[in-house]
Ligand binder design. Structure first.
Ligand SMILES: Nc1ncnc2c1ncn2[C@@H]1O[C@H](COP(=O)(O)OP(=O)(O)OP(=O)(O)O)[C@@H](O)[C@H]1O
Ligand SMILES: [Mg+2]
Length: 231
């Protein structure tokens, strides 16, 4: 195997993912090879159904490839047993899902605290950190709101704060600005880009919004499960 850059955080080696089998098989991701570096802000574009969410889930160890290998920090995570994956996800990856995936019974502050608790931070330290993260996302007036009492843009920012909890080195964002007006969308994108450029995280974001493409360090395009020639 070729020598790989020590600066590579995520590496996909000929990764494919097929859902189902036989006549109903869907080849969602096909033969994708990719190396992603820390401190970079990547944007992935592609039509609906082209495999973007599947690719993100493969990178974040939420799905196993049908063939090929996924490496995070040179560890072949696609070869790990199910029992070991929660550790990798917890320590390495923050997710911002398509839609928000917020738990309806938790306030903004409780959502972030609960995530920090899962990552081992407890009590007042977790509460303080949760306040800090929400304030960073300009939600200081919404600590005690439930998701149903938040606007779409605010919900999305809570989801971003949750992904940042625990300081993961890799942040995967699935259309985090999809349902937002351009001002709220731009705020989120700028927060993510700053995390890459100022804190050295790897940010990999799915977006259709052509207005923000100029903020990316690199733009990737996927169509029908295959990565197109790279820009
Ligand atoms: N669990 C599943 N079982 C079967 N097929 C699936 C499953 N999840 C996704 N697919 C199919 O795989 C293909 C890729 O889906 P994926 O969700 O990755 O697309 P996407 O690019 O994220 O689309 P969108 O922009 O609409 O979110 C689609 O054809 C989809 O129907
Ligand atoms: Mg999707």
């Amino acid at each position: 195997m070729a020598c790989h850059d020590a600066q590579t955080v995520v590496r996909l080696d000929r990764v494919s993912k097929t859902y189902g089998s036989g006549e109903s098989a869907v080849h969602a991701v096909q033969d994708v090879s990719l190396e992603l570096a820390p401190g970079r802000f990547y944007i992935l574009m592609g039509p609906s159904g082209s495999g973007k969410t599947t690719l993100l889930m493969l990178m974040g160890c939420l799905l196993k490839p049908t063939s090929g290998s996924v490496f995070l920090f040179n560890e072949e995570v696609s070869a790990l047993g199910e029992g070991k994956l929660p550790r990798v996800r917890r320590e390495k990856v923050g997710f911002i899902f398509q839609g928000f995936n917020l738990f309806p019974a938790l306030t903004a502050l409780e959502t972030i605290e609960a995530t920090l608790n899962l990552k081992g931070l407890r009590g007042e330290a977790a509460r303080e950190k949760a306040r800090e993260l929400l304030t960073h996302l300009r939600l200081e007036k919404r600590f005690h709101h439930l998701p149903e009492d938040l606007s779409g843009g605010e919900k999305q920012r809570v989801a971003v704060a949750r992904a940042l909890a625990g300081d993961p080195p890799i942040i995967l964002a699935d259309e985090p600005t999809g349902q937002l007006d351009s001002k709220s969308g731009r705020l989120i994108v700028e927060v993510l880009r700053d995390l890459a450029h100022n804190e050295g995280r790897l940010i990999f974001m799915v977006s259709h919004d052509t207005r923000i493409l100029g903020l990316a360090d690199r733009i990737l395009e996927i169509d029908d499960g295959r990565l197109k020639d790279q820009s």
